[in-house]
Design a protein around this ligand. Structure first.
Ligand code: IMP
Ligand code: MG
Length: 183
């Protein structure tokens, strides 16, 4: 029988229990910060889909759920900062309070583009919630993360929505791929 979750090429970095507990804390914090408001959670596809689902259920407020999909131009593995919107929002956000929900902030270039783009649509506020923050490769040092689950080392991580060539998104934990050469 093949198993994905016990794959020996994975080294668990954050367990499902740790992640669940931390997302509950983030949800409670957001619930306090947005009392009397109805924030729009904007999940960045595909990576944020798992975090978004747990975070939304940890926020005890009326929230709106939206998704965007973006893609970097070119074939480069590393973010170039040139971002293309593949799927835009279905609603206007003028005067609204937005929380962009991301899986991981790496160079920060994708988020810089997205946050500026959303601000230019006349949102009342735009904040950023990310499950993971990988501070070392950051290019945009000005990027402010309002709600952060965990800081991770400068290694390629997968699971809980994050992928390596579309694999591992369904892992219920966050892991480092020990040998990226092995499929
Ligand atoms: P950046 O912050 O513009 O460099 O891009 C961040 C995006 O790159 C994330 O939303 C992920 O999709 C992807 N990414 C960055 N680091 C990792 C990683 O360690 N594992 C999986 N995806 C990653
Ligand atoms: Mg992403």
């Amino acid at each position: 029988m093949s198993t994905e979750f016990a794959n020996t090429n994975l080294e668990v970095l954050l367990s499902a229990e740790e992640i669940t507990a931390r997302i509950k804390e983030l949800g409670a914090e957001i619930s306090c910060d947005y009392v009397g408001k109805e924030p729009i959670l904007i999940g960045v596809l595909k990576g944020a889909f798992v975090f978004m689902s747990d975070l939304a259920r940890a926020i005890d407020l009326k929230v709106w759920v939206e998704f965007m999909a973006v893609s970097s131009y070119g074939k480069a593995q590393k973010s170039s900062g040139e971002v293309r919107i593949i799927k835009d929002l279905d609603v206007a956000v003028e005067g609204k309070d937005l929380i962009v929900v991301e899986d991981i902030v790496d160079t920060g270039l994708t988020l810089s583009y997205l946050l500026t783009n959303l601000q230019s649509r006349g949102a009342n506020s735009v904040k950023l919630a990310t499950l993971l923050d990988k501070p070392e490769p950051r290019i945009n040092k000005e990027l402010k993360i309002d709600y952060c689950g965990f800081q991770v080392p400068n290694k390629f991580v997968v699971g809980f929505g994050l992928d390596a060539a579309e694999r591992y998104r369904n892992l219920p934990f966050i892991a480092v791929v020990k040998n990226p050469e092995i499929a």
